[in-house]
Design a binder for this molecule. Structure first.
Ligand code: PMP
Length: 455
């Protein structure tokens, strides 16, 4: 819905031409490119609630939500006010502030279910990449071992050791990993198929006493959604601990998005069922947890949490070094505190409802056409795969008619709905996705599904 009577000062094409002349690919993160879906990336001028508005004044219902942070919707007035108020007191001090303690207390108390705490200490950083990178350094420092297990199709940011078969933008680009990473560094990461405990056992048997940690997304959401089998995370914790290794739980994407205590909280509360599918909640605990996205409410903020004995290996208390000029930035902390304060049960209920309505709508649009697709769900996160049958690992995710997504995406965009520009990404909703926004998505789906089926 463009603004009648106004002449756009610019076009997306003109913006893209200008940006490509000075920024590689015209984007500052590859996942923003439209390479796999075609067309010109939309340059956004503003966003509010469930909507984003491009430079021509055209408004879209947004299903990216800044790739996760916008749990409350864009530019929630109370979050914006908190940032403005913080800004008047100074942009960055390079010294500790009260707000950082408050945020750490908030996160620690949120990550407590039935008297069990997932983490005892927290350190703030600026990006999810830093959080997982530091978690790995801590695990190596704690165990004095070199190797890390990661899962194919899981993304943990762009640090050297974690880019192998990393899903997300790496999958969208069709790359196995990244150039510029020495073979010696890559060899320290063992990449295993997800949801495969035999592979874990084989790795520990093949490298006795050399594996520092298993790092896993709490629920995979970077090769589309890869839902952990019931009991998988508990089993990973048990396997790691049996072999003297740590479990690093990456909740950068899931943390404070799929529930007040993230994916761990859903399992601890019994919402996801344990190995027996019971409702009592499972009792495993990660050693380290990485947070990002929602914790900063749209500002650059992330964190590493974990066991006190491991976390206190960090400088200045211990020998594992980590630092940051803008770590715990007061504006970011203000946004995070305001977001977490507002993210109550009603918010999660609304995100769940909106997500269920949209994912059911996607399934219905394709079943109406008799065309098999798979919707993978993990809490309020879901994704669409152009294939029949469950998507349990990276190979399953890649074995789909992904090229159909191009027509699907273009049709939705043309109808005013901005999807993630890759079939390998989850769809993100927010508590601001009200009935009108959801209805606009539902109305667009049948046309887009037909475009995909006929592609
Ligand atoms: N871990 C996961 C699970 C993620 O989804 C992401 C980002 N999509 C990251 C880590 C990296 O976070 P950042 O982009 O803030 O570096």
């Amino acid at each position: 819905s463009s603004n009648p009577g106004t002449t756009p000062a610019t076009t997306n094409e003109a913006e893209f031409d200008a940006s490509r002349a000075v920024i590689p690919g015209g984007v500052n993160s590859p996942v923003r490119a439209y390479g796999s879906v075609g067309g010109t990336p939309r340059f956004y001028a503003s966003a509010s609630g469930p909507h984003v508005t491009d430079v021509t004044g055209r408004r879209y219902v947004d299903l990216v939500c800044s790739w996760g942070p916008a749990l409350l919707g864009h530019a929630h007035p109370e979050v914006v006010a908190a940032v403005q108020e913080a800004a008047t007191r100074g942009l960055s001090f390079g010294a500790p502030t009260h707000g950082e303690t408050e945020l750490a207390e908030t996160v620690l108390s949120r990550l407590e279910v039935d008297g069990r705490r997932a983490i005892e200490r927290l350190r703030l950083v600026s990006t999810g990449t830093e959080a997982t990178m530091t978690a790995i350094r801590l695990a190596r420092g704690a165990t004095d071992r070199p190797l890390i297990i990661k899962f194919a199709g899981h993304y943990h940011g762009h640090s050297d050791g974690l880019l192998a078969e990393a899903g997300s933008g790496v999958a969208t680009q069709g790359l196995p990993g990244s150039a510029g990473i020495p073979a010696d560094v890559a060899a320290q990461t063992l990449v295993l198929p997800y949801n495969d405990l035999d592979a874990i056992d084989a790795a520990f048997a093949a490298h006795p006493g050399r594996i520092a940690a298993i790092i896993t997304e709490a629920a995979g959401a970077n090769a589309g959604v890869l839902r952990p089998d019931p009991g998988l995370n508990a089993a990973l914790a048990a396997r790691a601990h049996a072999h003297g290794a740590l479990l690093i739980l990456d909740e950068v994407l899931t943390g404070f998005r799929v529930g007040p205590a993230g994916w761990w909280g859903r399992e601890a509360a019994g919402l996801e069922g344990g190995p027996s599918g019971g409702s009592t909640g499972s009792t495993w605990t990660p050693d380290l947890v990485a947070f990002g996205k929602v914790i900063g409410g749209g500002m650059p903020l992330a964190a590493i949490g974990g066991r006190r004995d491991v976390m206190e290996l960090l400088a200045p208390l211990g020998p594992v070094y980590q630092a940051g000029t803008l770590s715990g930035n007061p504006l970011a902390v203000a946004a995070g505190l305001a977001t977490l304060r507002l993210a109550d049960e009603a918010v999660y209920r609304r995100v769940d409802e909106a997500s269920a309505a949209v994912s059911d709508g996607v399934a219905a649009a394709f079943s109406e056409l008799g065309h098999p697709v798979t919707i993978s769900r993990a809490g309020s996160l879901f994704s669409l795969a152009f294939r029949d049958g469950a998507v349990r690992d990276y190979d399953d995710a890649k074995a789909q008619e992904g090229w159909r997504y191009r027509a699907f995406f273009a049709s939705m965009l043309g109808q005013g709905v901005a999807l993630p520009p890759s079939v390998y990404e989850a769809w993100f909703l927010s508590a601001a996705h009200d009935e009108a926004a959801v209805d606009q998505i539902l109305a667009a789906l049948p046309v887009a599904a037909r475009a995909a089926v006929e592609a």
